[in-house]
Design a binder for this molecule. Structure first.
Ligand code: HC1
Ligand code: SF4
Length: 574
């Protein structure tokens, strides 16, 4: 242990602790901008570029960045001297001198760490008025917008993209005054191997990286009397949206979401969980078929669109191993424009399907050529949790005060199996519940496969199914997925089935969720809420979903059968 003194407080901390972390231990908050510590992953953004966390160390002539400087025995640190505070304020002023001043209309207004710092440090005037960067915005993708003029070179996005996701899309480009973080050669994002996972957006402190905002499209569809606008809500939204209305992380607000959507004028308010149960019917059937007929194993889940992009870009030689099932989002869109349209006697061309997703990659998924029919999509508009919350604020909806309402029927019923889709390990647990009963012919009494749960990046478990031991692998975050894929490529994988989700914790940590700033405690709370939701359901296996069973009987035929294949399965493109 090392003895240090911070603002007069004496404390002992382990060797190797930074001044910033030591200060935190004695309740001294040092402001930061570029600091990002993904503790659970052991990944820290090492940039130390913003110079906001400068402090005084006795005996040193210059101030030091507290995020990068480690404590030493007997160190005496002052964080609140006039000199330290002035230096900090000057760093922020310098950043602001080259930053667009459109805070009032900025996508990150009230959610921007630079803005908050300026406010906390009492910056009222910017002494330097100089040249400004003048880059064009990159709006080439369906998922994210990159505005280099708002880049503060904190490198958080680069750390997440390279070290966590191993995608290597973002790095420092250009020099000196023109330096920004972006793709090599400043290529448009749509021309890179970006997966659109949105984790760079999740950690960007400013509006240099934001989502493509589709809320205006939803408002116009809703106000068009000729459109029959229906909406689906992803599993992960219900355990996070409350955070944007002052509720605690992990409060479940399914009923309030439904009530809000009905107030907003949607003609049908449905549940992606219904489609998740449908996905399990197809995926469990496909897994059984592969096992019983010597098909390609392991089978990989295919519901996460960033993961799909990742394997298409990085492992084009393995395109036959993912399940051919489309995602629940897509399955919902397909069923809405076929079965639902027929049942309700509505021309599918008059239906607009809106999705509320925790994910930026879902926006791109909806536009994939093979998932659209002709020029029309099955899913027309995708908005994130954040956009949905913003829309409710625009509409003056008092979310926290809403009375619970129920999803509409035909595509509104769901089981506990689908509730857990939103967390890492949930999709494979849901698939196992159904595959177990189908393969053994026995009733599964204990549906909770706790050995599949947790938040470790890579997990494995074996589940006995009659004579067979089903070996399962699970990974979340793309860097972990890469490891499992490399084993498969090298012929070293022993799994029958693997679940992969691109974001930390699965969809609960998606790029469209309330900003979690890398705090896994928030993600843990959202995860616990999903397991509570599952526990509270009477039906906890996807094949017990009566609306799904009726859909097969009246329209689809057999799971994994001809019609189901035509409508609910896809292919992958290198
Ligand atoms: Fe997900 Fe999925 S769970 S991908 O994480 O399979 O986005 O929530 O909607 O489609 O159901 C996301 C969440 C979501 C799909 C489902
Ligand atoms: Fe990298 Fe994901 Fe951001 Fe694309 S969306 S640049 S893959 S972190």
């Amino acid at each position: 242990l090392v003895n240090v003194q911070i603002n007069g407080s004496h404390l002992q901390v382990p060797q190797g602790t930074t001044i910033l972390d030591a200060a935190g231990k004695c309740g001294v908050k040092i402001p930061t901008l570029c600091h990002l510590n993904l503790k659970d992953l052991g990944i820290v953004n090492q940039a130390a570029s913003c110079r906001v966390c400068m402090v005084e160390v006795a005996g040193r002539h210059t101030l030091v960045p507290s995020c990068a400087e480690k404590v030493t025995e007997g160190m005496v640190v002052t964080t609140d001297s006039l000199r330290a505070i002035s230096a900090r304020r000057m760093s922020v002023e310098l950043l602001l001198s080259n930053h667009p001043q459109d805070c009032l209309t900025c996508a990150k207004n009230m959610d921007c760490r630079l803005q908050r710092l300026a406010q906390e440090l009492g910056v009222r005037d910017i002494k330097w008025k100089g040249a400004r960067m003048n880059y064009a915005k990159d709006q080439s993708s369906h998922s994210l917008v990159k505005d280099p003029n708002k880049c503060v070179m904190c490198r958080c996005c680069e750390t997440v993209c390279n070290d966590v996701q191993t995608c290597g899309i973002l790095s420092a480009v250009n020099r000196g005054f023109d330096a920004i973080v972006g793709p090599a050669f400043n290529l448009p994002m749509s021309e890179t191997s970006c997966t659109f996972c949105g984790q760079c957006v999740a950690v960007c402190p400013t509006a240099a990286l934001t989502e493509v905002n589709n809320s205006g499209l939803v408002w116009s569809a809703l106000s068009n009397p000729n459109r029959h606008v229906v909406v689906q809500v992803a599993p992960a939204i219900r355990v996070s949206i409350g955070e944007l209305f002052g509720m605690a992380p992990g409060e479940v607000s399914t009923g309030k979401i439904v009530a809000a959507l009905k107030k907003m004028g949607f003609k049908g308010v449905f549940d992606t969980n219904f489609a998740a149960d449908l996905t399990i019917m197809e995926e469990a059937a496909e897994l059984m078929h592969r096992i019983q007929n010597g098909g390609t194993l392991p089978m990989l889940t295919s519901c996460c669109p960033a993961w799909v992009k990742f394997f298409e870009h990085q492992f084009p030689d393995l395109l036959d191993i993912p399940s051919t099932c489309t995602s629940p989002q897509t399955m919902f869109g397909v069923i809405a424009k076929t079965y639902y349209a027929q049942k309700k006697n509505i021309d599918p061309n008059d239906i607009t399907v809106v999705s509320i997703m925790p994910c930026l990659a879902k926006k791109a998924e909806a536009k994939r050529e093979e998932l659209t029919k002709g020029t029309e999509s099955y899913v027309d508009i995708v908005i994130t949790t954040r956009e949905f919350a913003q829309m409710m604020k625009e509409a003056g909806i008092d979310f926290a005060g809403l009375k619970d309402d129920d999803f509409d029927s035909l595509m509104g019923e769901s089981t506990g199996a689908s509730a857990i889709f939103g967390t890492t390990g949930g999709v494979i647990e849901a698939a196992v519940r159904t595959a177990y009963e189908w393969m053994t012919g026995e009733t599964l009494e204990n549906v909770e496969f706790t050995n599949l749960r947790g938040l470790e990046g890579i997990r494995e478990a074996a589940v006995s199914m009659g004579d067979m031991e089903l070996k399962i692998g699970i990974a979340h975050e793309l860097g972990n997925a890469r490891k499992l894929l490399e084993d498969i490529r090298a012929g070293k994988s022993h799994y029958h089935a693997i679940e992969i989700m691109a974001c930390p914790g699965g969809c609960i940590g998606g790029g469209g969720q309330p900003y979690h700033h890398g705090d896994m405690e928030v993600i843990k709370k959202r995860q616990e809420a999903l397991y509570r939701e599952d526990k509270g359901k009477k039906k906890r296996k996807s094949h017990e979903n009566q609306e799904v069973m009726r859909l097969y009987k009246a329209f689809l035929g057999e799971p994994n059968g001809k019609k189901a294949h035509e409508l609910l399965h896809t292919y992958y493109v290198p």
